[in-house]
Design a protein around this ligand. Structure first.
Ligand SMILES: Cc1c2[nH]c(c1CCC(=O)O)Cc1[nH]c(c(CCC(=O)O)c1C)Cc1[nH]c(c(CCC(=O)O)c1C)Cc1[nH]c(c(C)c1CCC(=O)O)C2
Length: 397
């Protein structure tokens, strides 16, 4: 496999953002050094220190928007941009089961880079799946094509929970290796790491697979609140450890996917889920990389999802971004929120709907353009490429 040499800068020859004692990264030119603290800042030109950003990456439109700084254009990337609709993905994945493909560093790097090359998106998302860390600690599960994750022995008792052990970096060595390859090849393009949030992981573990109504999950949550809290707390630790591995390997931002948490009412979310998700965000706070929090059908939960500790709140297509901003409150950027199904409409409609998203986001402090949920397998890759170009050119300032 050959990786592209599109990177404007190569590792070893670029400056890196250094870490402030608070853990917040700071860059040379835009440094605001508190008096007497100057010696805390060192700009290295030699090695990529753990968890630190190349300057060009730090200054990318995507990371600026996450930090709510002025941007040259609205950055755009797509959830599930890697894989699915791309013919080059189907070709390299041929005959390789999904979970096995996540454990081959060179293949992971290639698949992660494919949408960056093709669509010129403003960020890459690491190719993996939310169940990878669970597989890595020994949970017997598989990803069935057209179905999703399926767990052999669902977790419903305390004895089942005791089977879930902590995650160590060695369990996911391939993630560290793939991210090393990627940060060298991506140049200034930021790499987003991700994990499933405790609720969404719990829903797969407790149900044993995808579920429409989450019956077993809710039955455990309401019926045995202590076991539920312990399960989510254990998943928070596993998730936090997994995100730390990714940040230390070079992820510039992390997204916590709580895809199915929109199934809960706000009071239940606050009591039974928020503490675990907040624990994950707190665990990675000191790295200073933006933390994105996303779920589907979460219109009524947006404020609480921000409160859990996100820097950026992902919004699905059901709530316009100006209204979402009111619900989330100040101090957080928003990500979203074009209805993915709009991509099946004629180009003129896609552009009109994309413009509506940009207009609704006009007053926001920070906006990252995305779909309201993931790319669908049947979507036209060309329609996605055209959308990226539209957003980047129409939002240029
Ligand atoms: C809920 C969830 C899962 N996985 C994920 C989520 C959260 C995002 C969301 O809400 O959509 C996250 C995920 N899964 C995958 C990525 C790749 C990175 C990206 O491009 O975003 C990401 C970010 C690859 C994948 N994950 C999966 C595929 C398809 C498997 C294949 O190609 O054979 C890919 C490319 C499998 C998967 N894994 C999961 C589902 C529901 C499925 C789809 C099953 C199917 O329809 O085939 C669980």
């Amino acid at each position: 496999m050959t990786l592209p040499k599109s990177a404007p800068e190569r590792a070893g020859s670029r400056r890196y953002v250094t870490e402030h004692a608070s853990g917040r990264p700071r860059v040379g030119p835009r440094l605001r050094v508190p008096p007497g603290r100057a010696r805390l800042f060192v700009v290295s030109v030699i090695d990529r220190p753990k968890g630190q950003q190349p300057t060009a990456t730090y200054d990318s439109a995507f990371l600026k928007a996450c930090r709510r700084e002025p941007v040259p254009h609205t950055p755009v990337w797509f959830m599930r941009q890697a894989g699915r609709s791309l013919p080059e993905y189907l070709k390299v994945r041929e005959g390789i089961p999904m979970l096995e493909s996540c454990m081959r560093p060179e293949l992971v790097a290639e698949i992660t880079l494919q949408p960056v090359r093709r669509h010129k998106v403003d960020a890459a998302i690491y190719f993996s799946d939310i169940v990878v860390p669970l597989k890595a600690i020994g949970v017997d599960l598989d990803i069935k094509p057209g179905v999703g994750p399926v767990v052999a022995n669902p977790i419903r008792t305390r004895a089942d929970l005791d089977q879930l052990r902590d995650l160590t970096p060695d369990d996911v060595w391939y993630v560290t290796e793939a991210m090393g390859l990627l940060t060298r090849e991506l140049g200034a393009t930021p790499l987003i790491g991700f994990a499933g949030a405790p609720f969404t992981l719990a829903s797969y573990l407790v149900e044993g697979g995808p579920s429409r109504n989450h019956e077993h999950t809710k039955s455990l949550m309401y019926g045995d609140p202590q076991l539920w809290a312990d399960l989510l707390d254990r998943l928070a630790d596993i998730t936090a450890a997994f995100l730390k591995v990714q940040i230390e390997a070079g992820a510039s931002a992390v997204q916590l996917f709580d895809s199915w948490v929109g199934a809960l009412a706000p009071a239940d979310y606050r009591r039974s889920v928020l503490p675990a998700s907040a624990k994950v965000f707190r665990a990675v706070e000191s790295y200073g990389v933006p933390r994105i929090h996303f779920g589907v059908g979460t219109g009524e939960l947006l404020g609480l999802m921000g409160e859990a500790g996100a820097d950026v709140v992902g919004v699905d297509w059901r709530v316009p971004l100006d209204e979402a901003a009111r619900r989330v409150g100040p101090g957080r950027a928003l990500q979203g929120n074009l209805d993915p199904a709009v991509l099946f409409a004629p180009t003129s409609v896609v552009e009109q709907k994309a413009q509506e998203v940009l207009d609704a986001a006009a007053g926001l402090e920070g906006h990252v353009f995305n779909l309201g949920h993931g790319v669908l397998p049947s979507m036209s890759p060309d329609a996605l490429t055209r959308l990226v170009e539209y957003v980047q050119t129409r939002s240029a300032r």
